[in-house]
Design a protein around this ligand. Structure first.
Ligand code: SAM
Length: 394
């Protein structure tokens, strides 16, 4: 049965062994570093031209086992997927009409999984977004502190200011800003599990009085012009194209005239959002971030501009997200036994593929990430930003 695979794949010369359960095996190159063990022979027909979602799905459904370093598995899976016909650009774009109920369900699916599971592979402050590496040798914990500081400096936070953190996660940025910049913070999340732990962490840090975290959708934020600065980190990927205008309008309304808004989020490679990674995006949408959508940088900037936010600075952190994800993936890979006691076998398989696959995707430039800083100018068009960025780096 493996002959049919041999014919279609052997010219690829990969360090890969394909093995049938209790049966023969086929090496696609010398010294195989990775073995794909096929537990369901029905998969063989698909393996002649596998897309990444087919391979990922077969693994999480236990039709396939993987043996070997996970990052090498990703690289080999990507090469295998090149045998697939490249007609994916014809597949329809994933766009959802987001509403509050749908978003709450999607957020709970991902973020309420298990705090203890996330704690296994995130940094001690549990930042769940791209770090900022001053050097590739920085630890994950250091890179996350660097990121908090980079954001606070770009936002030019000053003692006594009020900061809104939209999608605050486990509150690491809020604590950093309150501790080191003397601001009071209001943060919102849609995950009850996150909120509970974030409040505990704030209390342990003695910061509960100056950080107010709530379970709230961004569309339910009350009032206007309540905040000196607004930050949103790793959240706008959940908003959806159809709601981007409303989302940025709300951020603009929340900040006082003259105030700054920072949007830090993953962005699409192509302006029209056509698929990349031969099925990788399909897998992420189906199993990791349901209804997630990645706008292109140009779309985000256009939507911000239309809502009265003047974009003043844009920085790509793509290499930083590859490094961050490599740390997360390697932390998870070295804690698999413990992880298996915290989440289901299927969830663990999904998260293994997601972390390693996204690290690979950022390295390959399939996706990007941008910090977009904007100001809400005063009515006469003025603002108080300095003429250069020198103060950020002093
Ligand atoms: C990837 S996490 C990032 C968390 C945090 N900013 C960080 O950097 O660690 C995304 C966050 O966005 C929040 N979120 C997603 N959709 C939301 C919505 N509609 N309203 C409020 N928060 C939302 C999630 O609950 C989660 O806290």
């Amino acid at each position: 049965m493996l002959t049919q695979l041999s014919n279609s794949l052997s010219k690829m010369q990969l360090p890969l062994r394909l093995a049938l359960q209790n049966g023969p095996s086929l090496d696609l190159g010398p010294d195989p570093a990775v073995t794909l063990k096929i537990l369901d022979s029905g998969l063989l027909a698909e393996l002649t031209h596998p897309t990444l979602d087919v391979l990922g799905e077969a693994y999480i459904d236990r039709r396939l086992e993987i043996q070997g370093p996970i990052m090498q598995v990703m690289e080999i899976a990507d090469k295998l997927s090149m045998a697939a016909p490249s007609d994916l650009s014809a597949s329809p774009l994933e766009r959802t009409a987001h509403d509050k109920a749908l978003d709450a369900e999607a957020i709970s699916y991902h973020y309420d999984l298990s705090n203890d599971f996330y704690r296994l592979w995130l940094d001690p402050e549990m930042a769940y977004s791209c770090g900022y590496f001053h050097s590739s040798q920085d630890s994950l914990a250091q890179a996350q502190l660097n990121k908090f500081d980079h954001l606070c400096r770009k936002l030019r936070l000053k003692p006594g200011e009020r900061l809104l953190d939209v999608g605050c996660g486990w509150g690491g940025l809020a604590r950093h800003a309150a501790r080191h910049y003397g601001v009071t913070v209001c943060g919102i999340t849609l995950s009850q599990a996150q909120l509970d732990l974030a409040r505990q962490m704030n209390a342990q840090a003695g910061l509960s009085e100056i950080i107010d975290l709530q379970l709230q959708d961004y569309r339910d934020l009350p009032g206007e012009e309540q905040f000196d600065k607004v930050v949103s980190v790793g959240m706008f990927e959940h908003v959806g194209h159809a709601n981007l205008g409303e989302y940025f309008r709300i951020l603009q309304q929340q900040v006082k005239p003259g105030g700054l808004v920072m949007n830090h989020g993953i962005t699409a490679k192509h302006t029209d959002g056509r698929p990349v990674g031969r099925g990788a995006g399909t897998f992420i949408g189906r199993y990791v971030f349901p209804h997630g959508e990645l706008p292109h940088l140009a779309t985000a900037v256009a939507e911000m501009s239309e809502q009265g936010l003047e974009v003043v600075d844009v920085e790509s952190l793509r290499q930083h997200y590859a490094l961050t994800l490599e740390h997360w993936s390697s932390n998870l890979e070295s804690s698999l036994a413990q992880a298996s006691t915290l989440v289901s076998d299927k969830a663990l398989r999904i998260w293994r593929i997601y972390l390693a696959g996204c690290a690979y995707g950022f390295r390959k430039n399939w996706i990007n990430i941008h910090q977009i800083l904007a100001v809400r100018p005063h009515a006469d068009g003025s603002h108080e930003l300095p003429l250069t960025r020198a103060d950020i780096y002093s």
